[in-house]
Write a protein that binds this ligand. Structure first.
Ligand code: AMP
Ligand code: GLY
Length: 425
């Protein structure tokens, strides 16, 4: 088969690594890809926002399957345009991608189908939003409705912070994403990322993972796209997984199908495991990044038949095998991330790291310049360790991180602390 993978981050390198290992994969293109994906297939310099160009490329090359990594192209309807052209695509339609594209859409779906989530209100003007906040009290969570690249959530500990966030969003501080604001109850518990492959009707649970969103050790500082992750997440016991499938994932699939917008692709539920049970924080319509970087190394089955089954609506009697090993990834970010990452610095010593046992390196924001590997984004590299326990995976990941010569980069030193604490009892 010929496959086109869309995207350029660590998630896409991990997907390219898994897809290219499949005996069914004869040729893998990645658009636009990065220097890491170039080791798994052929990078194609293409503007993926130009759907007609993507369709034309697929027709010319005889691409059998398109796998869409990031949410942006999905929300922009790339899956619809490919399907319309008769090309098989893994990823939801524009209508179904609203599960990530609009927080208000998801909250209304939860309300309609009794899916557990934080209590909420939706507002299109500041005065009404402030009145609601005053009636609910702090702490409270203020969210821009649309896609805001991880910057659209303000956890307001006081009423002043809440009002400030409301003003910022309605003043256009987040562009059109903040034209509508969702205000939520602040839920307390442990977070987990849960993934399910979906074919419109059936859902197949994947392994669980836990992400670390704050930039600093001890979960301090601003939110990021994710500074590290590990899998499995001990908080997701088999019983909890069954509750999530029964109370959250299956009702969502049924609701989307009933509305005439079935969901096909990977559904990523951001969960809060509260004393009352699992509650949905938000949906994403793609693999998590960096969660994907710890899921793929644990997947023992061939990923391609599963992606195809999702496209073909036959996930019902499908199964996947997972390694018992734990995987943990540390994100190496450029100094200044998330506010203003400094790009262009040279990274050395990667070959030594890649040669270590039970270690994988997935590229994110890197590029080649005059033969050097240089930083080309905020999150630059993912260093993955594998081990019998999260503690062992963590030790291997940090040993590998320390073998990389990149003074301009930084990472958190405590990825996996919750799981390691649990393991140590
Ligand atoms: P989101 O972009 O919706 O995933 O939110 C980013 C992060 O904010 C989440 O991973 C949570 O840590 C936190 N968060 C969002 N909504 C809530 C909520 N209602 N209660 C508690 N924490 C939340
Ligand atoms: N790691 C969180 C995300 O991919 O949104």
């Amino acid at each position: 088969m010929k496959i086109l993978l869309i995207g350029s981050g660590g998630r896409e390198h991990a997907l390219a690594w898994a897809i290219s290992a499949s005996p069914l994969c004869d040729k893998l293109f990645i658009a636009p890809g990065n220097p890491g994906t170039a080791q798994c297939g052929e990078n194609i310099a293409m503007d993926v926002a130009d759907h007609a160009a993507v369709v034309a490329f697929c027709k010319l090359q005889g691409v059998d399957l398109v796998v869409v990594g990031p949410e942006g192209p999905l929300v922009a309807g790339i899956a619809d345009d490919l399907r319309q052209a008769g090309i098989k695509v893994f990823g939801p339609s524009k209508a179904a991608a609203q599960l990530e594209g609009s927080k208000a859409f998801t909250k209304e779906l939860c309300a309609e189908f009794a899916i557990p989530t934080a209590g909420f209100g939706r507002f299109s003007d500041a005065a009404a939003a402030k009145a609601y906040v005053a009636s609910q009290g702090a702490p409270i969570v203020i969210k821009a409705d649309g896609l805001a690249a991880g910057k659209g959530v303000v956890m307001a500990e006081t009423l002043d912070e809440a009002n400030e966030a409301i003003e910022m969003m309605f003043a256009g501080g987040l562009g059109s994403a903040g034209a509508e604001v969702v205000i939520e109850e602040w839920m307390v518990g442990e977070e987990a990322s849960f993934f399910a492959l979906c074919d419109g009707t059936h859902a197949l649970a994947l392994a669980s993972a836990q992400d670390h969103k704050r930039v600093g050790d001890g979960d301090t500082g601003p939110n990021t796209g994710g500074m590290g992750a590990y899998s499995p997440a001990p908080v997701m016991t088999p019983a909890m997984e069954e509750r999530v499938m029964a109370e959250i994932v299956r009702p969502t699939l049924a609701g989307m199908a009933q509305r005439g917008t079935p969901f096909q692709g990977v559904l990523f539920a951001g969960l809060m495991i509260t004393p009352q049970g699992p509650k949905l924080i938000e949906y994403n319509v793609r693999f998590g990044d960096p969660e994907c970087e710890v899921l793929m190394p644990r997947l023992k089955s061939d990923i391609l038949p599963a992606l195809i089954a999702a496209c073909d609506g036959v996930l019902g009697d499908f199964d996947l095998r997972w390694s018992d090993q734990a995987a943990l990834t540390v994100v190496l970010a450029a100094t200044g991330y998330p506010a203003k990452p400094e790009t262009g610095s040279v990274i050395r010593g990667l070959e030594k790291t890649e040669a270590l046992e039970n270690v994988l390196v997935f590229h994110a924001g890197t590029k080649l310049k005059n033969g050097d590997l240089v930083a080309n984004g905020g999150r630059v590299l993912n260093v993955v360790g594998l081990g019998r326990t999260v503690a062992e995976a963590q030790a291997r990941a940090y040993r590998a991180v320390d073998a990389i010569d990149w003074p301009e980069g930084f990472c958190r030193r405590d990825i996996g602390w919750q799981a390691v604490k649990r393991e140590q009892g």
